[in-house]
Design a protein. Sequence first.
Lengths: 320, 341, 158
Amino acid sequence: MADVEQVLRETVRKLLQEQKVCRVIGYARGSSALRSTPVFIEDEKDADSLVFDITCGNNLTQYLKKCGKAGDGRVGIVAKGCDGRAVVQYIAEGQVKREGILIIGIPCEGVLDHRKACDKTQGREVSEYRIEGEKVVLKGKDFEVSLDKFDVLSDSCRRCRYPSPPVHDVFITEPKEAASQEPECKEFDEFEKLDASERWAFFENEFSKCIRCYACRNACPMCYCEECFVDQSNPQWFGKSTDLSDTMIFHIVRVLHTAGRCVDCGACERACPLGINLGLLNKKVEKEIQERFGYTSGLDPDETPAMAAFDEEDKQEFIL
Amino acid sequence: MSDILKLDKKRLDKFVAALLSEYRLFGPVEANGLTRFAEVESADALKLDSNTDESAKGIFFPQVETILTYENGKTETPSGPDKPIAVLGIRPCDARSLLMLDKVFGTGKYNDSCWTRRYENALIISVGCNTPRAGCFCNWLDLGPFSKQGSDIALTDIGDALLVESCSEKGRGFLESSDEIPFRKPTDDDLSKAAGVREHAESSMEDKVDISSIKAVLDKSWDSSLWDELAGKCLSCAVCAYLCPTCHCFDIQDEKMPGTSRGRRIRIWDTCMAPQFTKEASGHNPRPTGKKRIRQRVMHKFNYFVDVFGEIACVGCGRCVRSCPVNLDIRYVIKRFMDAG
Amino acid sequence: MIEAKVENTIGRHKDWQPKILAFLCNWCSYAGADLAGVSRIQYPPNIRVVRIPCSGRVNPIFILKCLQNGFDGVLVSGCHPGDCHYISGNYVARRKFAVLKTLLEFMGLEPGRVQFSWVSAGEGEKFAQVVTKVTEDVKKLGPARKLVRNLEPTETKY
């Protein structure tokens, strides 16, 4: 990744120098070797703090609305495939203007699920890591473990089809082709085969862990409502406690609100402090919308999102 | 050193049985891929070898608790526990946090009965941290992986046995009255093993940073531009506050059972990171921006709490460090302020 | 005693009859229900009707809220495609309902709990048939248990 980082820093420095952008949203090294943190670069001198590697898991798109002040010039964003798709979705939904954003595409190999890595090292501090082919080697004070990269990748990255942003203004090295078809997702296929009561039990179990911290919602680029339905108090739709029916409905409605918009970046799942499986529901809805309405989110900024459109010929086999 | 006893791990069941005869017992339990505190009825359920994902505050200050129920205009308040509570396997950081929460809820001018009825007679049995995790920084807060503040009894894991030491009258009383627990006298070898474990744990932590002047620094930092920088990436979620063993803000909600005249008033955790936290009925919000909210949280812990209670409201458990979705590391925040002056 | 009340409220006793909430659009299905009434067509009395301007007005939150508050089933009925008083309200609703239904069934909720229909102002007979079918389906499923809000303190009592 070292040369990707070099090219990235060089590119950003140049963009800032030539005043093509007023600031760039990217990643900097976080407080440990396995963490990165969002950073906003305005001064070309700071471009050297940019990093890009498998620890860059945040979806930066959600900062676009905070970052772009009127009359400020373009905002640059370092975009993996999923960040890029979220930007496209923002454009399609009229949240940002295409000309206000400069998409710096970057080839993604998938990002780490911090929790999975943590489990494998019994929570010990990892001071450095390196990639050796399909292996990730984590090194700490008195240990070194070599893991299959697949095992520590975020679930959404394992089933990712679009490693590079579909739209970009500059690209760091070469874009990677999208997979010609949906990668197979064993976890999902096997889950679908379970019977209804098993599936319900699974979700009850998952959502019973929820502490209503809303990290999933706040980390999600698509959850940009000024006021979320669970925060409304007049009327207050649902209870605020950790009652199972309230938490489940929160998650169901969040999935519905991001239906046809979710780019399966997995930011929600990685943000969850308790490791709740949030991706299955998103994936199901994404698939349904693809099959039913032929729409995939975040690919074409000019296409009306599926749930804001209709077709007179839409299937209606479920309607009496 | 005569106060130190030894208990074979195989005989932990006897210890647990003695506790159960007098107490409702809570301890770390592994379920669903998480380690959390839960009520336990046998030693087998306990998972003592790693810290919990959630803090222990929920035992005494549950995320959701009914403070009264009502029906047809009559109200009823829940009664206290039938037996006092014992916590086995709490880490020194969490044990310390309970003392802080007690300053807020239990002592002083205002007494919160929901807290007091649980904490007042509780027996806190901590187990030292043999392997502090990434992100742990209790040493910054004048604690350590084997600190005993807030514990009645402190355990040290030396492999196949636990060293048991009483740290309070209550703890001593329990140990002395429980003659069915097969304690043994530790050998010199056991004691040196314990010292080794302790030294290893302490040395495995990152270097201590002296943050004793943080209050004075923050006194001058109200207008610092750093707040804007921090707020820039903060997501305003409640991960830090809800996992924090010392955060204690709450909200009150009334919930009615549809179609009946029955309902309950509940107290639930709330967080100053959420915009709704300070929103007034008029619609006015005195803390409308992320900057003001993150400033509130940092100030409350490292400045206001020091003002009111004379100590920093942080025990360095590292949960917020590990779980913040954007790696807004509180250690980094503090260091930045200290460096800025 | 409280247990008994919960049972009672959501109807788990022997003579249990399902409670079904029906969201009927003002322009078609509500008029269809009216026609069924004036034509003296018999249908089960298990539905409680909420009149809405258009099936497109139905937010999935309404449906979830019904299930949470103890309804055993929910029916949403609007104008046939092409007949919407607001031109396209029911087309948009159709997409929303398709996704909602898929999602709930994927999670494991019984398919019969939440149903949708198109009933025009002239279809009194069809309205009665729809209500009969939905009621039968929900009866077979028995009282709702999933997503139902239980207000009893869930935390450990201590």
